[in-house]
Design a protein. Structure first.
Length: 469
């Protein structure tokens, strides 16, 4: 019954969202008794709908527009025009309409769960289940809004956040509610408020990695604050998360595959219920629109691959030698997911270690920063590794950012996340580039193209302001 209710409800939400631009449809009445949950178990059931809540179709624009990979012209020519335009940072390219709808469908689902739970006074023996569902709903609402903010709003700067536009933050399930764009500051504050609510309610662990837990909410708070350059808050929340769960997967315990094998040897919860990655605090993935990340089409950036030392196990676990007759071309096996074409979009402890290390360095605590970095690297290098040292916090920061680039390679939108925030620092700002058919395309730091244009159907229906160009 739960699965039936979930399927009917999600279909209804997607159908409603697909017709939001049709005014007469909004005047029609629907039989909500078949689609609206009424119990704690119903609310949890719709949140457990992994295909809607943990798998995000197409919200891979940041990964698509970053510089971690390149593709050959022959494959580029077969891509859809909008994908070509995103990859070459065309200023006029619009975001995908289906991406927007699917993300807001997940947000509406979270809101329905919250509205259901707000009508319930849980009994004593229901408190744990109630808090798990309510905390999960707050987490999902914040998490999906944040994924959209990374693509459709400019990077956060304290000096301008009160003037820049954020994204529509939907806090109810009412699709007739007027759509507005709050300021970037307000958008981030709503995300933070929801994550704090989630952290206050969620348990430290759960039966399934697809369900949010307290360390994941704290880790997301650390990620959000880091993107705001609020290093003290980012450090504090990362520290709180790691105090609850600091497990790291030892790459020395994973059998190295053959150099040309495309099989991913890193355990994945989705691949086998009996074997999962203990680093994963929250499991999610991006379902890509095209196979440009796949092992056969995506070619790892040569500079990135060359940055891995010979005793770095990530060089052999993350990448494989492509059998294309070309020297020094490598593909990506998949990292924390079995498929390279569907990037890992969740939260894991390795990222949280890197956040705490970076923030410690930025706050002037070089020793603490290097302790965290070396704790991670001992699990990533073979037994010839010796701890890295740094004479000062500035050196520690450079080492941490270098290792962060390697550790989080091909994570969903993570390189885009880092480019956006680090471009605000002249010491780490980068112009990224891509060559296709002999034409060099570039994206300089802090360009307005770091915020993708909102889909035209959304602008036409809602009347909200489009991003600047």
């Amino acid at each position: 019954m739960k699965n039936i209710k979930y399927s009917i409800y999600v279909f209804s939400v997607l159908f409603l969202l697909s017709l939001m631009s049709c005014k007469k449809f909004l005047d029609e009445q629907s039989d909500k008794s078949r689609t609206i949950p009424t119990t704690i178990q119903d609310a949890q059931a719709i949140l457990d709908g992994n295909s809607n809540m943990n798998i995000y179709p197409n919200i891979d624009d940041g990964s698509l527009m970053s510089d971690e990979y390149f593709i050959l012209d022959t494959y580029f020519d077969r891509l859809k025009p909008n994908i070509m335009a995103e990859m070459t940072w065309d200023p006029n390219v619009l975001g995908d309409d289906n991406t927007w709808k699917s993300c807001y469908a997940a947000i509406v689902t979270a809101n329905v769960a919250l509205e259901t739970l707000n009508k319930i006074s849980p009994k004593a023996n229901e408190i744990d289940a109630y808090n798990l569902a309510k905390g999960g709903a707050f987490f999902f609402r914040a998490y999906v809004h944040y994924q959209l903010a990374l693509v459709y709003s400019l990077p956060y700067q304290t000096s301008t956040a009160n003037q820049e536009l954020g994204i529509p933050y939907k806090a109810t399930s009412d699709i007739n509610e007027p759509t507005i764009r709050p300021t970037l500051k307000d958008t981030y504050q709503k995300i933070i408020d929801d994550l704090k609510e989630a952290a206050s309610l969620l348990p430290i662990s759960a039966n399934f990695q697809t369900r949010p837990i307290k360390p994941a909410a704290l880790g997301m708070l650390a990620r959000v604050y880091l993107s705001m350059n609020d290093y003290q808050n980012a450090y504090d929340f990362a520290d709180s998360a790691l105090r609850m769960n600091n497990t790291l997967l030892d790459f020395n315990q994973i059998s190295l595959p053959s150099p040309s094998s495309t099989a991913n040897p890193i355990p994945d919860f989705a691949a086998s219920i009996t074997q999962y990655n203990p680093e994963v605090l929250f499991w999610a993935k991006c379902s890509s629109r095209a196979a440009y990340f796949s092992s056969t089409n995506g070619i790892c950036d040569t500079v990135l691959y060359a940055s891995y030392a010979a005793n770095d196990l990530r060089k052999f676990l993350y990448f494989f030698k492509r059998n294309d007759g070309k020297p020094n071309t490598y593909g990506f096996r998949g990292g924390y997911l079995q498929s390279a074409a569907q990037p890992f979009a969740g939260v894991a402890t390795d990222e949280i270690y890197l956040i705490r290390a970076e923030c410690a360095a930025r706050l002037g605590h070089a020793t603490d920063a290097m302790n965290d970095l070396n704790t991670l690297l001992r699990k990533r290098y073979n037994n010839t590794f010796t701890d890295l040292t740094a004479a000062d916090a500035s050196t520690a920061l450079s080492l941490i950012l270098h290792e962060r680039r390697k550790e989080l390679a091909q994570r969903h939108n993570m390189r885009w996340y880092d480019l956006r925030r680090l471009n605000l620092d002249p010491n780490y700002a980068e112009t990224i580039s891509r060559m296709q058919h002999g034409i060099l395309y570039t994206l300089p730091p802090n360009d307005l193209r770091y915020a993708l244009l909102i889909p035209v159907s959304v602008i036409q229906y809602s009347g909200i302001e489009q991003n600047k160009r």
